[in-house]
Design a protein around this ligand. Sequence first.
Ligand SMILES: [Zn+2]
Ligand SMILES: [Zn+2]
Length: 268
Amino acid sequence: MPFFVCVTCGTQFQETTAPPATCPICEDERQYVGLQGQQWTTLEQLSHTHRSVIRLEEAGLYGISLEPSFAIGQRALLITRPEGNLLWDCVPLIDDGLVQLIRGIGGISAIAISHPHYYTSMVEWSRVFDCPIYLHEADRKWVMRDHAAIDFWSGDSKTLGPGLTLIRCGGHFDGGTVLHWSEGGSGAGALLTGDIIQVVQDRRWVSFMYSYPNYIPLSAASVGNVTAAVEPFAYERIYGAFWGKIVSTDAKAAVRRSADRYIQALQS
Ligand SMILES: [Zn+2]
Ligand SMILES: [Zn+2]
């Protein structure tokens, strides 16, 4: 039986004989159903039309995505380190060439994901590399393919080894999580933020939304919670969810001034 994949969000579902009736992630007001209505594919079909790409972002950090772009179009990030590599966020396609390449640079010891829009085919990745998946328990109901490898963590933060900390920010999703990588940003510290702190077109700034495609903002209190959660951490750089969406320097100040601008706009 196939594991169907939603074409609009890239989420892989439990094994079923027929495609699911709907995609709850796309029916949610933070996403949308495409112009053609609900469409499904499989990883097998996807492997004929798309390929994996992997590129170096900085020493010890690789970006991974699909070409041509598929579904939401995010790029995942792979942190490589002697203690074991960490995949941050995920993409639907996992092909043999990419698997061999990643094995050549140490495989994957753990997967952590910012929020449900990037769960995609996380279980396939976990099975191939035999590693756990760390998700915040507040978003448990959005898991469409459950698996014993999923470790639902709770609370405000979780350490994944020296210098790697998951920080629960909330905001875009209740369990919205960012990753602090102390050795990133060329040693000055980096945040990997997915959609939770979104790097915008002007890459000196970030933003925060309940829904990006439907332009639904967050409340001032919620933006305050996101920024308060990351305030204790030292970082110079932010890697957002997409290629090129990087605040290269002075990122901590960028988060502060972006939150101030956002809250001021809401309250004026
Ligand atoms: Zn979907
Ligand atoms: Zn999202």
